[in-house]
Design a binder for this molecule. Structure first.
Ligand SMILES: Nc1ccn([C@@H]2O[C@H](COP(=O)(O)O)[C@@H](O)[C@H]2O)c(=O)n1
Ligand code: CDI
Length: 164
């Protein structure tokens, strides 16, 4: 069991995009997306990277170990369940999330108008104030138009080990 007051986690995810599929990011359905994620689950690349960031901060592996993409039971699953499980594992080791920073690379549609919705959704899942969830968007500058990529850093704190 770690005795460090802080741990840093990093997660990354990518999904191929195709027409006729839904796009969900951070638990928020993206309206008017021409392309959606090809995935075994609901393909929420933000929540997959959030969960991996939580797990990696405590060297707990990655979501594929807990939710294999070969298991029929996880087909089409709501990725909020993945984050909830990762959070349970983090809490069981005596840590809680302090803040997270999310970067989404997606060419279309523009996500700026949904920034607050995504931050609020991720914050709610992690039991954090919205102000502790940074959300940035980038395009690939046309290099990967049928692709969504996400990267997330997470600070994990052991309550009681640092002055408030
Ligand atoms: N899907 C996206 C991608 C980017 N944005 C915003 O556009 C601005 C410029 O992005 P660059 O990749 O060209 O640097 C930036 O302010 C992003 O927030 C967006 O809203 N949705
Ligand atoms: C979430 C899982 C399981 O349904 O499948 P995908 O939706 O394909 O997502 P990915 O980020 O490729 O890997 C994790 C998987 O185990």
């Amino acid at each position: 069991m770690s005795s460090l007051p802080f741990r840093i986690g990093f997660g990354e995810d990518a999904h191929r995009l195709e027409a006729g599929l839904p796009l969900v990011l951070g638990g928020v359905p993206i309206p008017h997306a021409e392309l959606g994620a090809v995935a075994h689950s609901d393909g929420d690349a933000v929540l997959h990277a959030v969960a991996d960031a939580l797990l990696s901060g405590l060297a707990l592996g990655d979501i594929g170990q807990y939710f294999p993409d070969t298991a029929a039971e996880w087909r089409g699953m709501d990725s909020r369940v993945i984050v909830q499980r990762a959070l349970e594992l983090v809490r069981a080791r005596g840590y809680v999330p302090g803040n997270v920073a999310v970067v989404v690379t997606l060419d279309r549609p523009k996500l700026g108008p949904l920034r607050a919705d995504i931050a609020r959704s991720v914050a709610g899942l992690l039991n954090l104030p919205e102000s502790e969830v940074g959300v940035s968007f980038k395009t690939s500058e046309g290099l990967a138009p049928a692709h969504v990529q996400t990267r997330v850093t997470a600070l994990l704190i052991r309550p009681g080990s640092v002055a408030p």
